[in-house]
Design a protein around this ligand. Structure first.
Ligand SMILES: [Ca+2]
Length: 230
């Protein structure tokens, strides 16, 4: 008798489940008026990321978030304006192999551009503008002809080139550089170890001749400054 009751109860539950299944929420048919997201739109969204970073021995992350390691021993173009040649940022990679030590790292950053005196950011976090050395001052120093200014935040010099919407934050102690490129007109028109900033991480290994390679060392070595290798 008890078994019969349990069986009856199961039958009722199954019926309820079948009945309820009609009420399970399902997404409505495609009646939305919003257009589908296109690949072009996704690319634009990814362009909102505008920072490239290099640090350590050295670990690199391009503007489009492509990550790789490159252990070079020369000076290399990190990023430059490939269209109008308005600016260039070069990193000096130095070091030699020793057990338990990074074989190479960035020790200085050089920023040049049209009308801009050469800016050098050094390993001890001092910097020079047009060859004039500035010790680790906390004062804001203007760059010639309103091109921008340099401030020191927590011992880290920060270069703000306002006309180019370009910010370079350097920490020689951790051999770390961060480059913010907020000028959207530049996106897709820069080149160097930090990629082309077009929103696509898959095409960042572009050599100076415009060809895309898949070998990190071939890519990195192609951006060596002539005459800078030991
Ligand atoms: Ca890219």
């Amino acid at each position: 008798m008890k078994a019969v009751s349990i069986l009856a109860l199961l039958v009722v539950m199954v019926c309820i489940c079948i009945t309820d299944s009609k009420d399970i929420w399902k997404p409505p048919p495609e009646t939305t008026t919003e257009p589908p997201v296109t690949q072009h739109q996704r690319s634009d969204e990814r362009k909102t990321r505008t920072a490239a970073i290099g640090h350590g021995d050295p670990h690199m992350m391009t503007f489009d978030a492509q990550e790789y390691d490159f252990e070079g021993y020369c000076s290399y173009v990190l990023v430059k304006d490939c269209l109008k040649k308005s600016f260039k940022i070069i990193a000096d990679f130095r070091g030699q192999y020793a057990p338990n030590k990074p074989p190479t790292r960035m020790v200085a950053i050089t920023i040049t551009g049209e009308g801009i005196p050469e800016i050098r950011l050094l390993e001890d976090n001092t910097y020079s503008i047009g060859g004039q050395l500035h010790n680790n001052t906390r004062e804001t120093v203007n760059i010639h002809r309103d091109w921008g200014f340099i401030t020191v935040r927590g011992s880290r010099p920060t270069v703000n080139l306002t006309g180019l919407k370009l910010i370079v934050i350097w920490n020689g102690g951790t051999h770390r550089v961060r480059i913010n490129l907020d000028n959207t007109d530049m996106h897709g028109h820069v080149c160097g170890l930090m990629g082309n900033a077009d929103g696509n991480p898959d095409n960042d290994y572009i050599k100076p001749d415009g060809s895309i390679v898949y070998d990190v060392n071939e890519f990195g070595n192609s951006w060596a400054v002539p005459g800078s290798c030991p």
